[in-house]
Design a protein. Structure first.
Length: 86
C-alpha cells in the first residue's frame, strides 16, 4: 500500500534489544579486564596513576566492551532480524 509505514517495533522487542546490548557490553568489558589481568595489566592498580600499563588495561576494557556490544548486536540481528531505524 503506498504511503503505508511499517509498525514500530514492540516494547518487548526493544527491551530485548536494549538488554542484550547492555549484557554484551558488560560481559565484553569484563573479558577485557580479565584479559588485561592475565597479561599483568591492571587498570585499577593503586598508586600507579595513568601509567602506560594502566592505559593499555583501560583500552583493553574498552575494546572488550565494544566487541561484546557488536557480538550482542550480531546475535540480535540473527535472531530477530535487523532493528528498525527511524
Amino acid at each position: 500500500m503506498p504511503g503505508h509505514e511499517p509498525a514500530p517495533p514492540s516494547t518487548a522487542r526493544l527491551l530485548v534489544q536494549g538488554l542484550s546490548n547492555a549484557v554484551g557490553f558488560f560481559l565484553g568489558a569484563l573479558l577485557g579486564r580479565y584479559l588485561g589481568l592475565a597479561f599483568g595489566l591492571d587498570a585499577f592498580e593503586a598508586g600507579s596513576g595513568y601509567s602506560a600499563r594502566a592505559l593499555i588495561a583501560i583500552a583493553l576494557i574498552g575494546l572488550g566492551g565494544g566487541a561484546g556490544l557488536q557480538a550482542a548486536r550480531l546475535w540480535y540481528t540473527r535472531r530477530y532480524g535487523a532493528p528498525e531505524e527511524e
